[in-house]
Write a protein that binds this ligand. Structure first.
Ligand SMILES: [Zn+2]
Length: 274
């Protein structure tokens, strides 16, 4: 077996091996996270570490079909800047940086790319990265957030209402993957300001999109209840996320790339670039 079919880490291949990986049309995964405060009990690497761990495990289970890129460690985070250590990258810089990565991958001949998000605030940016990659290359690029694949499993074990930030879900996953880095004695519940239609961290179930500076409404940096977290819940949701993403990998690899049909009766100005 060639290394191109057994190595899932993108940058562990040599360039001749990369030619083989391209010939095999492995799906290239770009994990993205953030460096952002996560309360008193979790380190700043939560979004990055959790997302990369999930993607790496997908690679371990499907090494013949997947290459996992080094992750993007920063994102849109100015709303957390009142908490020491948080790193913010402007949305246009983030989009363009990720787009340069996906376009490089497309340039080499990979036709399918998957961007996996681990930081809620990056979701709309990653959506645009995937869409622009499709529109500006001959490859297909898809965007997802790994949380969606574990929600059903989490429903069965959760004991708190809110899933948002440094909460039962993220803390459980971190406890499962690296429990020695979680300071559970410092975990506290905290919530945002909620109205009928608006909340200060409108994660879901709100008609209005709004995210305030977190320094305005929380002293802890937590949104949710991490005291309910356990490593066992983390194990269950980690498995669900990895299983779902492996199934997604197979669906995307089978997804056809059709030829575009041009419906114009006359000539178009195909040199125009947007
Ligand atoms: Zn997080």
């Amino acid at each position: 077996m060639s290394r191109a079919s057994t190595e899932y880490r993108y940058n562990r291949l040599t360039w001749p091996e990369m030619n083989e990986a391209i010939a095999r049309q492995k799906l290239v995964i770009l994990p993205t996270g953030s460096t952002e405060q996560h309360g008193h009990h979790l380190p700043l690497d939560v979004d990055l570490f959790l997302c990369e761990s999930v993607c790496q495990e997908v690679g371990r289970r499907a090494p013949d079909r997947v290459l996992v890129l080094p992750p993007i460690p920063y994102g849109l985070n100015l709303h957390h800047i009142d908490f020491p250590g948080t790193i913010h990258v402007e949305p246009d810089v983030f989009i363009n940086f990720c787009l340069n990565v996906t376009k490089s991958v497309a340039y080499h001949g990979f036709r399918k790319i998957l961007v996996v998000n681990g930081h809620g605030s990056n979701a709309p940016l990653i959506d645009l990265v995937a869409r622009k990659t499709v529109l500006e290359t001959e490859s297909l690029c898809f965007a997802t957030t790994y949380f969606w694949f574990l929600m059903e499993a989490f429903k069965e074990v959760r004991e708190s209402e809110v899933i948002a930030h440094a909460d039962e879900f993220e803390t459980s996953l971190y406890l499962h993957l690296a429990g020695d880095r979680v300071q559970m004695d410092k975990a506290v519940e905290d919530n945002d300001r909620m109205g009928e239609f608006v909340s200060s961290d409108s994660t879901m179930n709100y008609f209005v999109r709004f995210n305030d500076y977190w320094g305005r409404w929380t002293q802890t940096g937590v949104h949710g209840d991490p005291t309910k977290a356990t490593a066992e819940k983390g194990r269950i949701i980690f498995e669900a996320a990895v299983d779902g993403l492996v199934r997604l990998v197979d669906e995307l690899r089978d997804w056809p790339i059709e030829r575009r049909a041009d419906m114009h009766a006359g000539p178009v100005q195909s040199q125009i670039r947007w």
